[in-house]
Design a protein around this ligand. Structure first.
Ligand SMILES: [Fe+2]
Length: 324
């Protein structure tokens, strides 16, 4: 549409009364002149009105075009927004799907881990049952008893705990300790059960049980500590033991602990060739061997346990217990 001044001007022109100049000479000439002037004025007004309507039409067309452009732009924006909304929805769905997949995968992994744990536990039980059978064979041959092995295990666990070892190691040292003499299965009965002093040759055969024990326990990780214990439980802190003459911390800690527990229990148990010593006598012998046969730290821990009455309690508890 045109601006305000154009509009005002048009209105003025349309509303103005015709200023007709009337000549003094009368007759038809005068009337003709008036008519001509009126006609010319009417034509001017019509031209102006026509021009105005053309302008208005142009303005209207312009306005319509702008409005159409705005509507088009609006629709394009709307379309864009809808597309964005769709994309956002799809993105959210994808994300939700990813999370679901991730959760499923995690659950599957947890199930697999649980199965693995169960399988490991089963394997461990199988291993321990295998040990029991091995030990049964060994003890029958050696004429030691299940109670001896159980007491050794309890002493070993008590010492390991007293030395501040973590729970898993305490347990591992415990079950490993019961296999220390497993190699005796290979030792001939007449040597094993001899009630008299052994000859050097016979003693060499006895020494072999450490090496045989280590070999019998194979190469599984589960028996790593048990192998070290079987091999080293007759080694001495001062290097005078067998079969390798290792000394000090060359000997595994598990074997150093088993050594104290095994000797103490052998001394305080009745054997075919000797009576049982009292706990005090056994303790005195262990104390005497500190720093020579035994690791002083292990002996100190054992003395603590003895003072606290734990050794006596284990002796009483295991008296009536069964190993198998
Ligand atoms: Fe032994």
């Amino acid at each position: 549409m045109g601006d305000d001044s154009d509009e005002r001007m048009t209105v003025e022109v349309v509303e103005v009364s015709p200023q007709i100049h009337v000549p003094h000479e009368g007759g038809s000439t005068v009337q003709g002149e008036v008519f001509r002037q009126l006609l010319q004025q009417a034509i001017r007004v019509a031209d102006q009105a026509n021009a105005q309507s053309v302008r208005m039409a142009a303005d209207f067309a312009e306005m319509y075009r702008r409005e159409a452009a705005i509507r088009g732009e609006y629709e394009a924006k709307l379309k864009e927004l809808r597309l964005m909304e769709k994309q956002t929805t799809r993105y959210a769905e994808d994300l939700a799907q990813m999370l679901r997949t991730e959760r499923d995968r995690r659950e599957e992994l947890e199930r697999a881990l649980q199965q693995e744990r169960l399988a490991n536990e089963e394997l461990r039980r199988t291993g321990l049952q295998g040990i029991s059978h091995l030990l049964l064979a060994a003890t029958l041959k050696d004429q030691t008893t299940g109670a001896h092995l159980l007491r050794v295990r309890r002493y070993v666990e008590a010492i390991a705990k007293r030395l501040g070892l973590p729970e898993e190691l305490v347990e591992e040292f415990g079950y490993s300790s019961v296999m220390h003499d497993v190699g005796k299965i290979h030792t001939p009965d007449h040597i094993l059960q001899s009630e008299h002093h052994l000859s050097t040759e016979e003693f060499d055969v006895i020494k072999q049980h450490c090496i045989d024990g280590e070999l019998m326990l194979g190469d599984a990780k589960f028996f790593e500590t048990a192998r070290a214990v079987a091999r080293e439980h007759h080694e001495r802190w001062d290097g005078q033991g067998y079969p390798d003459g290792k000394s000090g911390t060359e000997i595994s800690l598990a074997a150093r602990i088993v050594s104290v527990a095994d000797v103490f229990d052998a001394l305080t148990s009745k054997r075919p060739y000797k009576d049982a010593w009292t706990a005090d006598e056994g303790m005195a012998s262990i104390t005497q061997g500190s720093g020579a046969q035994f690791d002083p730290d292990v002996v100190a821990a054992f003395q603590d346990l003895e003072r606290e009455g734990i050794i006596e309690r284990i002796r009483q508890e295991v008296g009536s217990a069964k190993l198998y």
